[in-house]
Ligand binder design. Structure first.
Ligand SMILES: *Cc1c(COP(=O)(O)O)cnc(C)c1O
Length: 375
């Protein structure tokens, strides 16, 4: 059997044929950017996020940058070049890029021991009088800690920005119907990169805001600051196209089922591997299971484990090879703070295939091969 790390629902029949039909209608309409499909998608995304105002943009990376600029964090959004943003160091590089592109300073925060996310205490310890915002990343689909962080940021008058790129569909209070990830912060940045829980067939992203004035600002920024004949500020070209908005509406139809399927697969993995000498991800309440990431005892055992899976046709991937503060481009921004747990995680984490398109036979095959490889 050959099992890739990801397979899009849009790639399989009859879905591919249905989508081709709706995409052809968009092509015939002649409207390709920021048209009725984008507006309809924004409205449906807003429903998913308990009525928050949403702004569709070109990618998740741009959504992060526009979040900071819309809130006025950093010199390029009207804040100060000394503004500090606390963010996890064990995450995707776009998080730090956005802070720096907004003209603010990233302050890297460690993960909790043997977990992927920092706790509130980690953020609190890194805080200084210059801290303006916390960037909370729902890494791998885990929305844990958002209620606590939201309360802290409200009391301390800090902005809370959620990076929901990997955890759209998660419920941070563990209940269904309330508390969706993306509705806790002052701003939330989403990515619809194909492998994310809500995936497009190309690049796309979106923002959600607590305050409609910030959404208005983001709407200006995504289209060169243009409004009614005037460039009211200088902005960006970060517009969603109609084809992606059309695909994303179809993906939203399927979204509750696809999150349920992810959760069912994760539950099977967790039950089947509970006795193995590998560390399984924490099954936190409301997890959206974008990626299923295990921990091996160290880099050498990880490499040999991944090689055993590859030999049986199962793809794996390392998220992330280094924490952000260990990358050449970001090292200058790292002070003296020790961040040992993130460094340890980078050396032992391994993502296994988990996505709605996995068939039951494939799931059983993965379960068996992992059992043999770990024994
Ligand atoms: C994917 C991702 C992004 C960036 O999204 P793009 O749409 O690829 O630009 C940002 N943050 C996290 C945590 C991500 O996983």
């Amino acid at each position: 059997m050959k099992i890739p790390l990801f397979r899009s629902a849009a790639s399989a029949e009859p879905m591919a044929a249905q989508l081709a039909h709706s995409l052809a209608a968009v092509l015939r309409s002649g409207v390709y950017i920021l048209g009725p499909q984008v507006r309809a998608f924004e409205a449906r995304l807003s429903d998913l996020l308990h009525g928050r105002e949403t702004v569709a943009v070109g990618s998740g990376s741009e959504a992060l940058l526009l979040a900071f600029k819309s809130l006025g964090v950093g010199s390029s959004g009207g804040g100060s070049a000394l503004d500090e943003v606390l963010l996890p160091t064990y995450t995707f590089v776009a998080c730090a890029e956005a802070v720096l592109a907004a003209g603010a300073r990233p302050v890297f925060v460690d993960s909790a021991p043997e977990d992927f996310l920092p706790t509130l205490a980690h953020f609190r310890d890194a805080r200084t009088p210059r801290t303006r915002a916390i960037l909370a990343v729902g890494l791998f689909g885990d929305p844990s800690g958002l209620p606590e962080l939201a309360a802290y940021c409200r009391d301390e008058e800090l902005w809370l920005i959620e990076d929901v790129a990997q955890c759209l569909g998660a419920q941070a209070d563990g209940k269904t119907g309330t508390g969706n990830a993306g509705s806790w912060g002052d701003a939330a940045a989403m990515s619809f990169y194909p492998t994310k829980t809500l995936g497009a067939a190309g690049d796309a992203g979106a923002l959600a805001f607590r305050n409609p004035d910030h959404a208005d600002k983001a709407r200006l920024l995504r289209n060169h600051g243009y409004d009614d004949g005037q460039h009211r500020c200088l902005g960006h070209n970060s517009r969603m196209d109609e084809l992606q908005a059309c695909l994303l509406q179809a993906a939203l139809d399927d979204f509750p089922d696809s999150i349920a399927r992810r959760r069912a697969i994760a539950a099977r993995y967790l039950a089947a591997w509970a006795d193995l000498p590998i560390r399984l991800p924490r099954a936190s309440a409301g997890h959206a299971w974008n990626y299923f990431v295990i921990q091996l005892p160290g880099p050498h055992l990880r490499a040999s484990f991944a090689a055993r899976l590859a030999a049986r046709g199962i793809a794996t991937r390392v998220y992330y090879e280094h924490p952000l503060h260990r990358h050449e481009a970001l090292r200058p921004w790292h002070g003296a703070r020790a961040l040992p747990h993130s460094e340890q995680l980078a050396g032992c984490s391994l993502a296994l295939p988990l996505y709605p398109m996995l068939g039951d036979e494939e799931i059983e095959y993965i379960i068996g091969v992992v059992r043999q490889a770990a024994a």
